[in-house]
Structures are given as structure tokens and as C-alpha cells.
Design a protein around this ligand. Sequence first.
Ligand code: SF4
Ligand code: SF4
Length: 242
Amino acid sequence: MNRQQLRGAILLLSFLLMSVTFVYFSPYGMMIGLVNGVIAAAFIFWIVIFALTLFIGRAFCGYICPMGAEQEIADRVLKTDLRVVPYLRYLKYLLAIIWVGGAVFLAAAAGRLVPDPLYGIGTGLPPWTAPLYLFFYGMTLGVFVLVLILGRRGMCNYFCPMSVGFIAISALKNRLRIPSLHLEAEKENCIRCKKCTAACPMSLPVQEMVENDRMQEPECILCGNCTGACPKNVLHLAWKWN
Ligand code: SF4
Ligand code: SF4
């Protein structure tokens, strides 16, 4: 099994388990916890994942995120390139400000926060279970519609507020050159066939990135699709910086 087959299998599993795992990472669940003065599992989850980004970059988006998985499954069926919609990318920054600002406001309003990773999880059905799953089904449908309208990983590119956190932390780790997962290229071997660009699920202009020595692209989810597609082994994922 090569890396892309393994990545595909993990993503498929993540998507199939989403109705069970959603409660552990749902932004909705995190907010409901804060309303009630509780640091719920979803809050802890996002703190841990953002901390890990310092070392694995956006690998969470490329290998584990069930919403990313849903988009890649839809991409394979629909085969639509990302539609470039000017300024729409700013929407995810606005959503991120609303999400983080809302979390800070709710935490301040609660006064005292009590960590409870099992909050809302277990045998008893908490009062917010039904709205949580309405949110879940709405989001699942919404992600598919976004891919249908916007093309490849349309949600990641234009709507995901979490991606803003990943972008900021990835940019920081790249600037500080923290030993971490990143993409490197041996530019001199490139024959400009653009197979890497065609293979990128994030619709990044990978050949131009190679040409312009711009490999630290914060939108890169380190999936490695381009490394496998390159006939000249120009691209590779690395841990230590050259
Ligand atoms: S540039 Fe390569 S590693 Fe990064 S998202 Fe695109 S295909 Fe994946
Ligand atoms: S696939 Fe490899 S050789 Fe072709 S353009 Fe991309 S980096 Fe260059």
C-alpha cells in the first residue's frame, strides 16, 4: 500500500466514523460547552490539533479531517476544478474571527471554566444533542454542495474557519524553520510538465511554486499527491530543512 492509498483509506475511515466522532471536534459542541462554563472535548481537541500543527503542518487537513475526506470523495465523483471567486477567500477569515471572538466572549461571560472532556458525551442524551446533529447533517450536506458549486476542496479554500488557524501556525513554523513536515523541491530537475499542479487537491499552482522557490505555501495540506505525480522526483516531503 503506497502513501496515497493509505491516505485514502484513513480519509474514508474518518468520513465513515464522522457521525460518531463529530461530538469530539464539533465547533458547535465547543461553543455549547463554553455557554455552560465547560471546556468540552471539542475545545481540547482543537487546542491539541493547533499545537501539533507546529510539527506536522496542515497534515490534519490532508490525512484525517472528515470534512476534507468528504470533499475528496466528492472531488473524485464530480472532478471539478476549483472555481476562482475573487474575494470569497476572505470569508473564512471573517468566519474565523466570529468563531474565535465568540469563544472568547462566551469564556469571559462564563467567568469560570471547568474542564470536562465527557461533557455531552455518554449514555444520557444532553439537551443539545438534537441541535448538534442537525448542525452535523446540515454541515455534511453543505460541504457536498460547496464542492458541487466551487469545485475541489471548495470548503477548505473558501469557508473553513479552522483552516485560518492552520494557515497562521504553518506560516509561523515555516518562518521559524521549526523541524517539521514540509514540502521541498529540487527545482533544477523540473521539466515543467505540470503534473504536480493537476494532482493537487488544493488546486495550488505547484509547478509555479517550484519555479519561484515558493514551497512554503500555507494552503498546502502536505498530502503528497504532487510528490507521487512528479515523473522526475522533483518534489518530496521532508522533516529537516535544507
Ligand atoms: S502542493 Fe502537493 S502536498 Fe501540497 S496540497 Fe498540493 S498536492 Fe498536496
Ligand atoms: S510534476 Fe515534477 S517535473 Fe512536472 S512540473 Fe511538477 S515538479 Fe516539474
